[in-house]
Structure formats: C-alpha cells, structure tokens
Design a protein around this ligand. Sequence first.
Ligand SMILES: [Zn+2]
Length: 346
Amino acid sequence: MKNDEKKPIYCTYHDAPGHHFYGHPESPDRVRPMQAWLDSPPYPDIKWLDFEPAQEGDVTLIHRMALLQGLKEACQLGPHEFEPSPSYVTEESYQEALKAVGATLAISRRILNEGSGRGFAIVRPPGHHAEPQESMGFCLFNNIAIAAADAVASGMERVAIIDFDAHHGNGTEAAFWETPEVGYMSTHERNLYPGTGGLRSAPHALGRIINIPLPPFSGKSVFSAIFDRIASPWLSEFQAEMLLVSAGFDPHFSDPLTTLTLDTAGFFEITRQLVTLSEAHCQGRILFVLEGGYDSVALKDNIHACLAGLCGEQDFTDNYGPAPAERSDMGSLIYDLIDLHHLKEF
Ligand SMILES: [Zn+2]
C-alpha cells in the first residue's frame, strides 16, 4: 500500500472553452478554478498527462455513427439547445467532446499499460447521460463508457463502473445493458432527471447492474454504508479487473440542482473506500472521471479531497465545511439490495 501510494497519480485537465452556452450551469467556469493546478499541483504525486482528441473509432465503441454525424451537423448550425434538460452545442462542441474522451483514454490506457495505477480525468462536457444513440443531459459522448469499452477491447475481462453522481447514468447503463464484461453500480437521488435507475429496473442483470435510488438528504453515512456493504461484495463477486468511477459532485449539499447531503469530507472518505476496494479487488486500477457538480467552489474542494484520497494524503481545502443535518435512515434499502442481487453479507 505504501509503495503504491508513492506512484504517480495520473491526471488530465480539459475545460473545453469552446463548449460554452451563456447562462448554462455546465460551463468551463465549473473547472476553470482548477487550471492553476497544472503549474502547481495540489500534491507532489500528481502527474499531468498530455492527450490528443479521441479518434472517431474510439467513440464508436459506444456510440452509433449516426449520433456522431448528427452532432457534427448540429454544431455547424451554431450555438443552440437541443433537448429539454437542456443540452447544447456550439461550433466547437464536437472537437471539445472528442478531447474529453481523449483525456479520459490517456489515463485509462496508461493504467492498462502499466498494469496498475490511479487517476482522475478532470474533463467536460460530462458523459454518463449520453446513450449509444442519443446525446442528452448536458452530455455529448459518454467518456467513461468509451474508456470501459476500450479496456475490454484491450483484453480486460471485467470492468466495473461505480457512479456516485446525484443523477442516474442512464447512458452508461444503456451502453452496457447486454454486456457481461462490464458491471455498473449507481447511487443517485430518486426522482431526479432522467427518471431511470429504479431499484428493480434491470432484472436481467442482477448482480451486474445495481441501481441504488436514494432518498433526498442522504449523506455520508448512507454512502459509506453502501460502499461497505454493497460495492465491496459486488466487486468481489463480479471480479472486476479495473474500477472506473463516474465522479459527479452534485451530491454535495451546496449543489443547486440536487438535494443529497454529502460534504467535502464525505467525498474524501468515499474516495478512500474506493481506493481500498480497487486494491482489494481490481489490482489497484482505479480511474475517476468527472461528471456533474455545479457549484464551482464546492467542485474544486471536492476534487481536491478526492485527489487527496487518491494520493494517500490527508489535507484538502473545505470552504463549506460539514453538511447540515443529514439523513442516515435508509429503511430496508441495504437489505433489499443484498437480497435482490444475492450479495454476501460481511
Ligand atoms: Zn449529475
């Protein structure tokens, strides 16, 4: 463990300045405060990787060619919204989205080449709502799904994705609906956009696709319990060789779009749990990929906390401090999940 923690933590940064729509919450301003980290990383183990835009052949591991073509044509029309959530494109969105995929693949391929390693792709636009045939929910290409498919194409027999964004990753689930090599577990606030991810919504894939809809105001005790009692046995039984994390920070209590109640210390704690799980079950391969998170002060602190967790450090900035009263009662949810997915109890 100690030696592993001295390895570089691979990071990429892509703020996609050309993908920007006036007044929209998914903007370059979300990540821009972290740009200073490129010259002055918050921890000495962080190593920034260069990257190229992804090839279209990488993107078509997940998305239909018709989506790529449609998106290119939409960009030629200039800046406009295209879906009620609302998502948008500009003239440069297609190229910016290819770069977000490229920045994600730069780390996942590095980890695969080296046999183990940790990383964080600080990229936008986000990806987990983008389905094989449709861009939606602020997402154009599904960065993490493409990385998972690429890992399988490179010889990984099983890849696990854990998605702690406050919204269900319908796109990632759809991409791997019938893919036995890829497991998907999502914690999300129930009844939020896009309305998918019910407890029993994937009955054909019990033990592989695990949806965990949470009541509003669920906080760190809920997340910790789920990662201990659901994610841990799931990763053990699924035998994933690599763990990809859809790291959405909209579960933070300050977030304007959600009502979950994680705080920055909570993101640090769940990162430590996920790192431990990756060491125990996934040969130390773990990659965080940025999804949502729309309060830019909290987003920087939360990513800082996750980087601390990945680097084996303890100190991080926390402007908002602890969450107000959180809900810790989950009713029978844990037992329902264990029962439904035939997980072992520890
Ligand atoms: Zn979200």
